[in-house]
Write a protein that binds this ligand. Structure first.
Ligand code: ADP
Length: 169
């Protein structure tokens, strides 16, 4: 049984087994959640990402997939990096967004993580409308077959929190 919880705040301040990063396919850092995670988590995360690029993901991590590294100095055991799709008005990429949540939970299960914090993937720089991003996130997590006991959505502002609250009441 997975409990969904919502908090408004900064995902890098969470104490959980795994923090999910809205990464880009380079795995070498970026803005938004990615920038915040590398800033607060310290250089060990980037080092682990570089090693992954060198060994397994020469062309980068494909959209919709997920991979774990150390969480460095964050109050978590792992960071799970997943690459959300860029929103498109001409192509339906929702399956890829759902895949980010599902694959992150699959990696969490492999690791034995029981508490996982997610940001609202793709709803920042990648332009996904917040209400639709929230709907896909909640639906996917609710229907996932996982041993994770708590999925905590960490929403940065009022609008994001309200969108997720509407999906969970
Ligand atoms: P993407 O490139 O997948 O769109 P972003 O990191 O740009 O990823 O944004 C994803 C969501 O995370 C946005 O709603 C953004 O407002 C939010 N966000 C940005 N920084 C943080 C943070 N430190 N903690 C939680 N959410 C954040």
């Amino acid at each position: 049984m997975t409990t969904l919880t919502l908090v408004q705040g900064d995902i890098t301040r969470q104490s959980v087994d795994a923090i999910v990063n809205a990464a880009n396919s380079s795995l070498l850092g970026g803005g938004g959640v990615d920038g915040a995670i590398h800033r607060r988590g310290g250089p060990a995360i980037l080092e682990a990402c570089r090693a992954l690029r060198a060994r397994h993901y020469g062309k980068g991590l494909p959209t919709g997939q997920a991979v774990a590294t150390t969480a460095g100095e964050l109050d978590a055991r792992w960071v799970i990096h997943t690459v959300g799709p860029v929103h498109s008005t001409t192509e339906d990429r929702s399956a890829l967004l759902a895949s980010c949540y599902r694959e992150s939970l699959r990696i969490a299960d492999e690791l034995g993580a029981r508490t996982v914090a997610f940001p609202a993937i793709s709803t920042g720089v990648y332009g996904w409308p917040m209400d639709d991003g929230a709907r896909i996130a909640v639906e996917t997590v609710r229907t996932a077959d996982t041993a994770v006991t708590e999925v905590r959505f960490v929403l940065f502002d009022d609008t994001a929190y309200a969108a997720f609250a509407q999906q969970t009441d």
